[in-house]
Design a binder for this molecule. Structure first.
Ligand SMILES: Nc1ncnc2c1ncn2[C@@H]1O[C@H](COP(=O)(O)OP(=O)(O)OP(=O)(O)O)[C@@H](O)[C@H]1O
Ligand SMILES: [Mg+2]
Length: 283
């Protein structure tokens, strides 16, 4: 196909030889299948900030480090330069997360480079060599649901041991390649130690897995793996192979007031960021 404008710089730099076809156009990015020498890879082209939705909200970026204090000030002021710095940081967040997770042994696409707002990574494929389907599009039995749920919980634990929470985990951001489920789509991944919303997000991610697989394996429906995993992490007792029961001791305190307030604040910040984006788009 004709090279899309956004991929042209990668062709000029010799990173991509040919764009074969468009794979998907999502809310945040358009994904292409490309040829790099003898390898077939995947190119994720991020959309402009104004077209993106929630993933850049303050709840996700809190605790991320900036390169220097000048950039931090510019970002806080929202100047043109500040917005550019923010944009670049956001685009690099996914490739950084992929490198960190791949080296921790999490099943993610192998990253190659993020250049000019385009992430080059491994194309995940099924047993026939076709682009891997999303979990949501895979036929599911009770046994397979239990198997995938257990495998994905291990991936979530491994991720948390590497200091990260996905933050948008669902059946739409998991692909099933020839060897099973692989987690994708990580620009919003949060730093587990530096972001005060990490616990709420970890529980939400794990609850999403329960809701999805619970439709096929009802025995998952009463489980509390999210709470259990976060509790172990906070107690410094989580390792990649800590046994999990899906149960937590009953709270002795009646309500986790701080947790509830944090959640309320997270929702408020998300909504505020959304309004700011809509305003930016109008102006
Ligand atoms: N490494 C990969 N290998 C194969 N397919 C991929 C890969 N990365 C992304 N895709 C395909 O592109 C789609 C969109 O990718 P991704 O979820 O990263 O972007 P997104 O714009 O955030 O999407 P959405 O808004 O739909 O969540 C995926 O659902 C998947 O079908
Ligand atoms: Mg996605």
């Amino acid at each position: 196909m004709k090279t899309p404008k956004r991929i042209q710089p990668l062709v000029e730099d010799g990173l991509v030889d040919e764009v074969l076809r468009q794979l998907m156009s999502g809310k945040e990015a358009t994904v292409y299948v490309v040829r790099c020498g003898d390898d077939i890879r995947c190119a994720k082209v991020y959309k402009e900030a104004s077209q993106r939705s929630f993933k850049q909200a303050a709840v996700y970026t809190e605790g991320r480090k900036t390169k220097n204090s000048r950039q931090a000030r510019a970002m806080a002021k929202g100047s043109k330069y500040g917005r550019e710095v923010q944009e670049e940081a956001w685009q690099n967040a996914e490739v950084d997360a992929l490198y960190r997770l791949a080296s921790a042994g999490v099943r993610v696409p192998v990253p190659y480079i993020c250049f000019e707002g385009v992430l080059l990574m491994e194309l995940l494929t099924d047993a026939n060599g076709h682009a891997a389907p999303r979990l949501n599009d895979v036929a599911m039995s009770e046994a397979l649901a239990l198997d995938y749920h257990a495998r994905l919980l291990r991936q979530v634990v491994l991720m948390l041991c590497a200091g990260m929470v996905h933050g948008d985990l669902s059946e739409y951001n998991i692909l099933v390649d020839a060897d099973g489920p692989v987690i994708i789509d990580l620009p919003q991944a949060v730093d587990a130690a530096a972001n005060s919303n990490a616990g709420v997000m970890l529980e939400r991610d794990v609850d999403n897995l329960r809701s999805y697989f619970g439709q096929f394996a009802p025995s998952l429906n009463g489980t509390q793996y999210g709470k259990e995993i976060w509790g172990l992490y906070q107690a410094g007792a989580l390792t990649p192979d800590t046994p999990l029961s899906g149960r937590v001791k009953r709270e002795t305190r009646p309500v986790d007031v701080r947790g509830v307030l944090r959640e309320v604040e997270a929702v408020k910040q998300e909504e505020e960021a959304r309004r700011r984006y809509l305003q930016d788009m109008e102006s």
